[in-house]
Design a protein. Structure first.
Length: 169
């Protein structure tokens, strides 16, 4: 059974705003996908177009946060992203996922996911192939193994965020 939630968001800026020179910030957005295979049941999120994650997202849409911690003296970043699906279906649907990594230690990344009522967690390589001080970051992992008790699930994800919160150490 395939249970992947696809969310597409379109941002339209009225011509009058462009003429007046007003700026409408799109806020935190994400593109990409998350796929989790738990005992043959596939679930996840797919964002084909930049999807709004902050308070301006449509009611019932997936929401989330993204934080980058910068250490300028070492040119490294810490990355924490969270995605939440408030109205997922029943069963083992992906309800939330948290990804944590550091650009200088991707092999010690952490992925946590709630599939229905079960919480899975694992340590694996979470690559950060792109990050900058302007709040843009891409996170990627393939075949990340997360566990809940004796059960394991495999996570593949490739997500790009724009307008993450940037904090400087």
């Amino acid at each position: 059974m395939r249970d992947v939630l696809t969310f597409t968001a379109f941002l339209a800026v009225p011509a009058t705003m462009a003429v007046l020179g007003c700026s409408s910030s799109p806020g935190l957005t994400v593109t990409g996908d998350v796929t989790i295979d738990a005992s043959g049941a596939i679930t996840g999120f797919a964002f084909e177009e930049p999807a709004r994650l902050d308070g301006a997202a449509p009611n019932g849409a997936i929401t989330g946060t993204c934080s980058l911690t910068s250490d300028p003296s070492r040119s490294t970043y810490g990355v924490i992203v969270d995605l939440f699906a408030p109205n997922q279906g029943e069963g083992r649907s992906l309800r939330s996922i948290t990804i944590m990594s550091r650009t200088d230690a991707p092999q010690s990344g952490t992925v946590e996911a709630d599939l229905g009522p079960e919480s899975f967690r694992g340590t694996c390589t979470v690559d950060v192939p792109f990050v900058n001080g302007n709040g843009q970051v891409t996170v990627h992992t393939e075949g990340c193994s997360i566990a809940s008790g004796d059960e394991t699930a495999s996570v593949d994800l490739d997500l790009t965020f724009d307008r993450c919160t940037v904090m400087v150490d």
